[in-house]
Structures are given as C-alpha cells and as structure tokens.
Design a binder for this molecule. Structure first.
Ligand SMILES: NC(=O)C1=CN([C@@H]2O[C@H](COP(=O)(O)OP(=O)(O)OC[C@H]3O[C@@H](n4cnc5c(N)ncnc54)[C@H](OP(=O)(O)O)[C@@H]3O)[C@@H](O)[C@H]2O)C=CC1
Ligand SMILES: Cc1cn([C@H]2C[C@H](O)[C@@H](COP(=O)(O)OP(=O)(O)O[C@H]3O[C@@H](C)C(=O)[C@@H](O)[C@H]3O)O2)c(=O)[nH]c1=O
Length: 286
C-alpha cells in the first residue's frame, strides 16, 4: 500500500482521479484548494512532514488561459511558485511528485509531433507560467514525473466538451476554429496513466507526453462531440478560420507518444475516448 496525496482535488482531473482510484490498493488523501492552498508553503510542509506519503499528485493549477493574459501574477503564483512549494516539500520529505503540465509550453511552429526533448517556447502567459513551474520542479527535485497533456475533458468542471454540449442544448450555432491542431484527452485516460505510474513503481523519472492517439482541430473535436451527443445538430457546427481570443494558442501541439508507450500500452484513440465519455454523459443526464 502506497500513501498518495492528491492536490487540487476539486478540479476536473482531481475529481476524475478520485473516481478512478482503487482505495484497496493504495491510501489516497485528497486535498482541495480549501483544504490546502499550494501557495501556503508552511502548511504544505506541516502536512508533508512525517506523513509517510510516497507520492504527491499535483492537479492544482491556474487553468484560465484567457484570464492569465491579464492576471499574470496569479497564474505565476499558482503555476510556478505553487509548483516550487510542492517540489520543496517533496524533496524535504522523500515524496515522489507526479505533476501535470501542458502542450501550451510549445510555440506550435513544429510540423511533426513534439517529443519530450523538443525546445519549449510558450506563447501565452498560462504556458509561460506552467513552463516556469516545470523548471522550478526540476531544480528542486530528482524524483519527479512531469506529465505534459493536452485538451483535457471530463464530466466534471468546465471544459470544451461541456461547453459544446451546453451550447448544443441551447440550440446555438457554433463557429469553431480550424486553426489549432492537437489531441483531445479524456481525464479518465490520464488518471489511469497516473495511477499506473504509482502501481508500476519501475517507470523512470522525467518528462512524459500524454494524450490520446491521433489528432484533430477544435472544430473536428466539436463535430465528434455533437455527432455522438445529438447527430441531428452536427449541422449547427461550422468551421471557422478565426475565433477571436485574448491569448495566442499554439497552432500545432500534437505529441510524440513513443516514450510514454514504452511505459504504458493502454492508449486509446481520441475518437474512442470521446465516444465513451459522451455515453457516460448521456447516462448521467437521463
Ligand atoms: N484543462 C486542460 O485542458 C488541461 C489542463 N492541463 C493541466 O492539468 C492539470 C489539471 O487541470 P484541470 O483539472 O483541467 O484544472 P481545473 O481548473 O479543473 O482544476 C484546477 C484545480 O486547482 C485548484 N487550485 C487553483 N489554485 C490553487 C491553489 N493555490 N491551491 C490549491 N488548489 C488550487 C482549483 O481550485 P478552484 O477551482 O477553487 O480555484 C481547481 O480545483 C493542471 O496542471 C493543468 O495545467 C494540461 C493540459 C490541458
Ligand atoms: C468555445 C469556443 C472556442 N473556440 C476556440 C477558442 C480556442 O482557440 C479553442 C479552445 O478553446 P478553449 O478556450 O475552450 O480551450 P483552452 O482554454 O485554450 O484549452 C486549453 O486549456 C489549457 C488549460 C491547456 O492546458 C490546453 O491543453 C488546452 O486544453 O477553441 C472556438 O473556436 N469556438 C468556440 O465556440
């Protein structure tokens, strides 16, 4: 039995890990922002000291990409300094850290899948703050897994899939950008990979890319969501060259998954995982 602390447990990934965690195999301690603010370094240290935690999963983050352009300080406070505080507590107390990062650390100019060793060059404040968080962890700790993932969705919280379903329920006509290529990733798939790292115990520390297989545009993702949710409404989804946003986003952020596939052979295609989640959505909204 390993003792695992999960931070940011009220977010979509944190809640999904709670759904997927096998509490008979390991002991899980879930901390939401109200239970433990990752900017309160004294409290983190006091919770970690003599806790006997083997792993810390950090799901806490500032994830509002648009908001980060104006709330730069908040984004860095949480994504960079918060990550540093956690890394320090992990280093002081021999805890292995599983930290989640993003495809937005890349500038999107590459035209083939990004590997873990490709150069980073974030083009928005959220990406910059997440990249600083990665660096802070690497400076303080050796026993880390930094998992870069992309375009997360789930039944919990706020995400693109739920935004699209809500708009379709309101019979809205959608204009969705074709200008960004990446891979939608189900929080369930990511949660299973994170839990596999803990159970396997032999996977080398370092950076790992994690997404579903394949790639699409946000327009392709929206169409696939609507096709499974209510196929009659697919005609409401229009391709749009531009969608006005405050933050720039990488035009291409597909991952090379070779390194991850050496450690984990359970990757689904993005289409399979979208279909499975829409089925879950329909069941839970009957
Ligand atoms: N969402 C996505 O598409 C992607 C996310 N990621 C990364 O995955 C991870 C999980 O993201 P996701 O679950 O989607 O994010 P969410 O925004 O759903 O959850 C983040 C959680 O962190 C909490 N939080 C914020 N600030 C603090 C703090 N100072 N102390 C403790 N908790 C805090 C939030 O609490 P509250 O709500 O109360 O503010 C929220 O519950 C993040 O690291 C994110 O950067 C990577 C790629 C894609
Ligand atoms: C809602 C909507 C969005 N869009 C565009 C805007 C943007 O370019 C793209 C994605 O929209 P969102 O703002 O929902 O997604 P965004 O917040 O950019 O999602 C990102 O979140 C962070 C946390 C990550 O780490 C990334 O991997 C990625 O998932 O789709 C449309 O074209 N039409 C629409 O109706």
């Amino acid at each position: 039995m390993k003792r695992v602390i999960v931070l940011g447990s009220n977010g979509q990934l944190g809640k999904t890990i709670k759904d997927c965690a096998d509490t008979e195999t390991n002991e899980f301690y879930f901390f939401s922002r109200t239970d433990l603010d990752i900017n309160d370094s004294d409290k983190i240290e006091s919770i970690f000291a003599n806790s006997g935690f083997d792993y810390c999963i950090n799901c806490a983050a500032y994830t509002n990409v648009e908001g980060a352009e104006t709330n730069i300080q908040d984004a860095f406070l949480i994504n960079a300094e918060g990550a540093l505080n956690i890394a320090e507590a992990c280093a002081n107390n021999q805890v292995k850290l599983i930290h989640v990062s993003t495809d937005y650390v890349f500038n999107g100019k590459k035209q083939s899948p990004y590997t873990e060793i490709d150069s980073t060059d974030p083009i928005n404040q959220y990406g910059k703050s997440k990249y600083q968080g990665e660096q802070n962890i690497q400076e303080k700790l050796n026993t880390y897994y930094i998992i870069r993932t992309s375009w997360l969705y789930s039944l919990h919280g706020k995400n693109f899939l739920k935004t699209i379903i809500n708009k379709i329920n309101d019979d809205a006509v959608l204009n969705i950008t074709t200008e960004e290529v990446g891979t939608p990733t189900s929080c369930i798939d990511l949660a299973k990979f994170i839990l596999h790292i803990i159970d396997d115990n032999t996977i080398a520390y370092g950076i790992y890319n994690f997404s579903a297989r394949g790639y699409t545009t946000w327009y392709g993702f929206a169409k696939e969501i609507v096709r499974h949710y209510n196929s009659k409404k697919v005609k409401n989804v229009n391709a749009s060259a531009k969608f006005k946003t405050i933050a720039k986003r990488p035009s291409y952020s597909v991952f090379d998954l070779n390194k991850t596939e050496q450690a984990y052979q359970e990757l689904n295609s993005w289409e399979e995982s979208v279909e499975a989640l829409i089925e879950e959505y329909k069941k839970s909204n009957k």
